[in-house]
Design a protein around this ligand. Sequence first.
Ligand SMILES: COc1cccc(CC(=N)NC(=O)c2cccnc2OC2CCNCC2)c1
Length: 389
Amino acid sequence: KKHKFWETQPVGQFKDLGDSSLPEGPIEQPTPLSEVKQEPFNLPTPYEWITCNMDSDEMCNEVYALLTNNYVEDDESMFRFNYSKEFLLWALRPPGYYRSWHIGVRVKSSKKLVAFITGVPAKIRVRDTVIVMAEVNFLCVHKKLRSKRLAPVMIKEVTRRVHLENIWQAAYTAGVVLPTPITTCQYWHRSLNPKKLIDVGFSRLGARMTMSRTIKLYKLPEQTVTLGFRKMEPHDIPAVTRLLRNYLKLFVVAPDFDEDDVEHWMLPKENVVDSYLVESPDTHEITDFCSFYTLPSSILGNQNHSTLKAAYSYYNVSTKTPWLQLMNDALIVAKKNGFDVFNALDVMHNETFLKELKFGPGDGKLHYYLYNYRLKNVLRPSELGLVLL
Ligand SMILES: COc1cccc(CC(=N)NC(=O)c2cccnc2OC2CCNCC2)c1
């Protein structure tokens, strides 16, 4: 039976897809906190829950090792996401985070960490309503424990802990189709180091293309071209917040960032997130913004390379600098910082630059989901203003 678990959950069900009588909004009403299950769900006997204190370097190392060896791989199992420790600390400790939402499963006898799931709180606007949701991420079960039905109980446990904080909605993504996507995005890749990408099998040499012709095709200038293009700094937080809030209004689902959020999510952090802006030389107005996060992938089984250094497009705003020029400057700085590839989803206005800047379509899709919130219609990716890590 497909989706045995998801058919028991308050999510849009495939059978409801045609039913326009169902209203947009929460599927289940909040329950009184006294009625939320107070004790953790039962795990199979050999396992126990552990709340992962990411402030502990030892625990952070264990989480890092579990994900490095057991997290998401591409469809051909050639690459595996290799989130860094500093990235995980950034991703899991935003303003207002709950340590209790960093959930591990370990073997009672050996104390070995064998599974993980997380939530972080986020203010997300859906049309005109701002809702505090949990962004659920990093669901990982050790390769040796797959198909033991651990994932459903981990999802129920993170949901229970989210409910205990009086939060009733969540947002998450998956590479697989579950009931029911609010939108399905195509991912795109822009080669920055085409020789390495072809060596490791990420890309293939185009038909009638030589390696030197391919290198030439993807060549980028040494310097950015936009006057006033510079790294974001702390004093830019108010202006970047205004720019982002004004831009994200355009989308049906988007984060409702305040200055504390912008400080955490957008200020440059080495090896984690890069952000640049365009400050008009005469008026000193901040007119444009671009950002990307650092998510390397382990290369599985290649003699010459062990890591693919990938940049992932994050939030970008163009009000004066043309999209093509702004994003080409982002590619230029990414190349200068040693990234091998620049990835982007076809969300927001990204489709305006993807083809022109020589992005190629990836071979997979990323589906977005809301938990306990029904949308009347599926969204186009260009109506989505939310990028999850
Ligand atoms: C290149 O190494 C990979 C290692 C594992 C999986 C994939 C394919 C893939 N599944 N890619 C994405 O999901 C993806 C492609 C473009 C932009 N963001 C993405 O995912 C983000 C957002 C969701 N959480 C993972 C990172 C690629």
